[in-house]
Design a protein around this ligand. Structure first.
Ligand SMILES: Nc1ncnc2c1ncn2[C@@H]1O[C@H](COP(=O)(O)OP(=O)(O)OP(=O)(O)O)[C@@H](O)[C@H]1O
Ligand SMILES: [Mg+2]
Length: 606
């Protein structure tokens, strides 16, 4: 037991005391820009506490100057003074509340802005795993806890400390003898308070982990609601959520249980102090060593200090909680995305661009190679098709070319220069992609098409939509191009989303074009129409096409078959057919299948 208590006081490896320099940093970075409002809040907080202290001195005067001296005339003046003091206290409290609210709101917006700016620049890989849950919590619980340090906790702390100091000053002034008596009780209050603070710190750390799990689960549920319902898994998902909530409830209960001990302990100590003060005070008055007014003033000052003392011991927990949140938040804000502009990076100029992969090896997770020794040269303006079995590494090659990830070995080059030497912004501005999983923003169709070229005119948007064979279906919507597409484009069909994504890529008009299964969700008729539009678009651009339907890539200048992260065959359609390898097998299967379909169709029509 003794060992356990010692460990709690010292803190273990996972429960190290928080560095107070962190508190300074919170103030410097979050509070300092709004120091005028915070200073006003603090000044008026102290003024309100002083007014309360002054009210106690008035009470002493009522007893000594009015009742003991039997001078009833002084009552009127004292009465007016009471009204003035409480009026002044009310005004100070009002101004303090407004000033702190303003500081809090401005600091909150500033912090959220800073987190957002950082989030949108983080490596893509940050958002996989439990990254999204964590990010949501940076904006939510953690930001709130850190802000509370600057605006909530500190004001309460200053108010309480000011009240305690004023009350202590009054107590010493009224009855110094009684104060010496109470000094002996201080350690009895401090030790249990420290123990409780340490225990609660450990629970606070755990509570952040649990909050991340809650956000992560909610995020997944909201994004995957259709899948959950389609598999009739509402109950099992609710059960999973329940488990997470149960651990959250258990953690909060533990924390509350420990915190709840503080108040009775404190009350016990104060009641002992009060009892001793009454006995000794009574003796001093009966021996004419203290006036009744002083004794009443002492008791009032003591009771005025009681609530703030209780609150200050609890403030420690809130500060610990806020500092833990600050630690997590600053760690995130200090983390540098590994993928960012290198020193002296230059802009990639818009011109015909050749693309090369040189000895590229890549793995997402250490020890699990995804691409191995990729060597590929695509001259400017040529079309390169990537085909092959699912999971082979085709999309990963696009990820490397757009520098969402970096190869562990080898180089990805544009015009013979490693893409790391170009600024990220210029690199991505020169690439238009239609990705495998089309994502549309919850905005209008026009805004979605204009996403890569925000200043495009309505005519340009319509021209791009026409080329993507999207204009007809868009025009049929009552609001046309102003139709909102819903969360992630949920109000559109898969093929419609794909056509909007193609229009977006067409409008971007970039020299490098990446098409990842860009027409996979379309019917044969629409695909044929778009294919001819895409052919026009590809002219003069360096294009990479990933396609499972080989009929769409027969004209490509280079076709690469990618299997298990390697290019196993390369050449034109005719060359690969002549080799008679993997490509020919895939081609034969697909063309036989479509031949069968054709003959079935003609039989049916007969
Ligand atoms: N973000 C990621 N983190 C870890 N592994 C990943 C990630 N993305 C893809 N992988 C893995 O890398 C391998 C290649 O994936 P990739 O998406 O490049 O395949 P693909 O050839 O495009 O497949 P498909 O034709 O099905 O789209 C797969 O085994 C996949 O599991
Ligand atoms: Mg893919």
């Amino acid at each position: 037991m003794l060992k356990k208590i010692k460990k709690i006081i010292r803190g273990d490896k996972n429960n190290q005391p928080i560095k107070w320099s962190l508190y300074l940093r919170v103030w410097r970075e979050i509070g300092l820009p709004y120091w005028k409002w915070l200073a006003a809040g603090i000044i008026f907080t102290v003024a309100a506490a002083s007014a309360e202290g002054y009210a106690i001195t008035i009470a002493k005067r009522i007893v000594d100057e009015t009742f003991i001296a039997k001078n009833m005339d002084s009552l009127y003046i004292i009465g007016l003074q009471i009204i003035a003091v409480y009026g002044a206290k009310g005004i100070c409290t009002f101004i303090k509340t407004l000033a702190m609210a303003k500081a809090g709101l401005l600091a909150s917006a500033n912090l959220q802005r800073r987190i957002y700016r950082h989030v949108v620049r983080m490596n893509i890989s940050t958002f996989y795993g439990d990254g999204i849950g964590k990010c949501l919590n940076y904006f939510g619980v953690q930001a709130a806890a850190v802000l509370n340090l600057v605006t909530g906790t500190i004001v309460r702390l200053i108010q309480n400390v000011a009240t305690i100091l004023i009350s202590l000053g009054l107590m010493v002034w009224f009855a110094p003898q009684l104060c010496i008596l109470l000094l002996f009780l201080a350690p009895a209050i401090m030790i249990p308070t420290l123990l409780i603070m340490r225990l609660k710190r450990r629970l606070s750390r755990e509570s952040f982990g649990i909050a991340n799990n809650v956000s992560q689960h909610l995020n997944q549920t909201l994004h995957g609601i259709k899948t959950i319902q389609a598999f009739a898994n509402e109950e099992s998902e609710t059960e999973k959520f329940n488990c997470i909530l149960n651990s959250s409830v258990a953690n909060s209960l533990k924390s509350t249980k420990i915190g709840a001990l503080r108040s009775p302990l404190l009350e016990l100590m104060i009641s002992i102090g009060l009892c001793l003060a009454m006995i000794v005070g009574g003796l001093l008055i009966s021996n004419d060593m203290m006036t009744l007014g002083n004794f009443v003033g002492f008791l009032l000052a003591l009771s005025a200090a009681y609530r703030p003392v209780k609150s200050v011991t609890g403030t420690g927990d809130t500060i610990q909680h806020g500092l833990l949140a600050a630690e997590v938040l600053f760690n995130f804000l200090d983390s540098k995305p590994s993928i960012q502009d290198t020193p002296n990076a230059k802009a990639l100029e818009s011109e015909p661009m050749s693309v090369a992969f040189e000895n590229v090896d890549f793995e997402y997770n250490p020890g699990e190679p995804v691409l191995r020794d990729i060597n590929l040269d695509v001259p400017a303006g040529k079309i390169c098709a990537l085909v092959g079995p699912s999971g082979g590494g085709k999309t990963t090659m696009f990820n490397l070319l757009e520098r969402f990830y970096e190869p562990q070995h080898g180089h990805v080059k544009i015009n013979d220069t490693d893409i790391r030497k170009f600024t990220l912004e210029s690199l991505r501005n020169n690439i238009a992609e239609v990705s495998q999983d089309v994502f549309l923003f919850n905005a209008t169709i026009e805004e979605n098409i204009k996403y890569g070229l925000p200043n495009a005119t309505r005519d340009q948007v319509i021209a791009a939509a026409r080329a993507a064979n999207a204009h007809d279906f868009i025009s049929k919507f009552p609001c046309g191009y102003d139709t909102c597409v819903g969360e992630g484009g949920a109000l559109l069909s898969g093929g419609q989303k794909q056509r909007i994504a193609i229009a977006r890529a067409i409008l971007k008009d970039a020299p490098i074009l990446l098409l990842d299964e860009a027409t996979s969700a379309l019917d044969t008729q629409s695909e044929k129409l778009i294919q001819s539009a895409l052919k026009d678009l590809m002219r003069g651009r360096t294009t990479f096409v990933i396609a499972h339907r080989l009929s769409t890539i027969l004209d490509a200048d280079i076709i690469c078959v990618i299997k298990d992260g390697r290019i196993i065959e390369r050449g034109t359609d005719a060359e690969l057919v002549a080799i008679g390898g993997e490509y020919k097998k895939l081609r034969d299967i697909q063309f036989k299948m479509s031949e069968k379909k054709e003959t079935k169709k003609t039989k049916n029509t007969k």
